[in-house]
Design a protein around this ligand. Structure first.
Ligand code: NAG
Length: 314
């Protein structure tokens, strides 16, 4: 009897004390005036958290413009930090269902930008080339010839889904690659949360495309599956670090457990997500195969310490 009442008192005292500590926490964080969030993340974590802002900016703008016909300057101008507006982004011709999904992705990306910037200082939106021509070039490179007419991502929902196949997946592999290099729990938690939703987006895009895998993309007479296979092969080539990308149809041996041709999700021999380094990602999104040579979606290059360290060496 006596013992249990002592322990109840102790617990009560402890919880009062903890509540008191919790009350103090917000105050002490605010008093640091913006620098607080950097204190729990070492520089190497900050660099790895900052790098994906490049891709999150691209995805936010692409999805916002395609579904709303407006971008970050309209939806969340504070997040651009004064960076230039994207070139060539526009409303895509989407059916209501696809538009709804892409708009959800768009707002998710806005949240991702805000989440990263609440942890690290970040940088202004880099110049992004989201023109139909920029996507057209990716498809031309993927097929090794000029598609005629040029591929237009904004023309209809199938084209837009194929264009979307090009982007979030690259970010996803970057989060898998960053995770083992992170030192602190807050950074790991953030990357896990970003990875979860980016892979969800990739899964939705792949799922919608997989349903139409054998459909021919107009007017090319090339199937949806072939488009995804070519884009994945291109990314493997540009990344130049082996196979880290797979289209919607693979040889049986490359499918899950080496047993199946359908490949609604990409994964390694144990169906684990592939990882990519920031350098591999830059080679891909620059379209140059070289982290020192900007281009593609980033005419002036990506930002942040990692990307800039490559741009500065001539
Ligand atoms: C955007 O990309 C297209 C296709 O490569 C190119 O023709 C155009 O000049 C680029 N625009 C900018 C501003 O880099």
């Amino acid at each position: 009897m006596a013992l249990s009442s002592i322990s109840t008192t102790t617990t009560a005292t402890a919880s009062v004390f903890i509540s008191f500590l919790l009350l103090l926490v917000p105050t002490s964080f605010c008093s640091n005036n913006g620098l607080n969030f950097k204190s729990d993340v070492p520089q190497s974590d900050a660099d790895l958290l900052e790098f994906p802002l490049n891709l999150e900016y691209l995805e936010a703008e692409l999805f916002l413009w395609a579904s709303l016909g407006r971008g970050l300057d309209n939806v969340a101008p504070d997040l651009t930090m004064g960076g230039p507006p994207p070139v060539g982004a526009r409303k895509a011709n989407l059916d209501p269902f696809t538009n709804d999904v892409i708009l959800q992705f768009a707002y998710q990306e806005v949240g991702h930008l805000r989440a990263i910037k609440s942890r690290v200082q970040g940088f202004p939106r880099p110049l992004l080339n989201l023109s139909a021509e920029a996507f057209g070039e990716v498809m031309n490179s993927a097929f090794g010839r000029a598609l005629n007419p040029p591929f237009n991502p904004y023309a209809n929902e199938l084209n837009f889904l194929l264009a979307s196949y090009v982007v979030p997946y690259v970010g996803l592999t970057g989060y898998v690659g960053a995770n083992p290099k992170l030192q602190t729990p807050p950074a790991k938690r953030l990357v896990a949360g970003l990875l979860a939703v980016e892979s969800g987006q990739d899964a939705v895009i792949r799922g919608l495309l997989y349903k139409r895998a054998s459909e021919k993309v107009n007017p090319y007479g090339i199937t949806v599956a072939e488009f995804t296979n070519r884009v994945s092969e291109l990314r493997n080539k540009l990344g130049s670090s082996g196979v880290k990308d797979e289209g919607l149809e693979v040889p049986n041996l490359q499918g899950a457990e080496g047993k199946i041709r359908g490949n609604v999700l990409a994964g390694d021999r144990n169906s684990l997500g592939f990882d990519r380094t920031p350098e591999e990602i830059l080679r891909i999104v620059y379209g140059s195969g070289n982290e020192r040579i900007p281009g593609g979606f980033y005419p002036k290059g990506a930002d942040g310490r990692i990307a800039k360290s490559h741009l500065q060496s001539p």
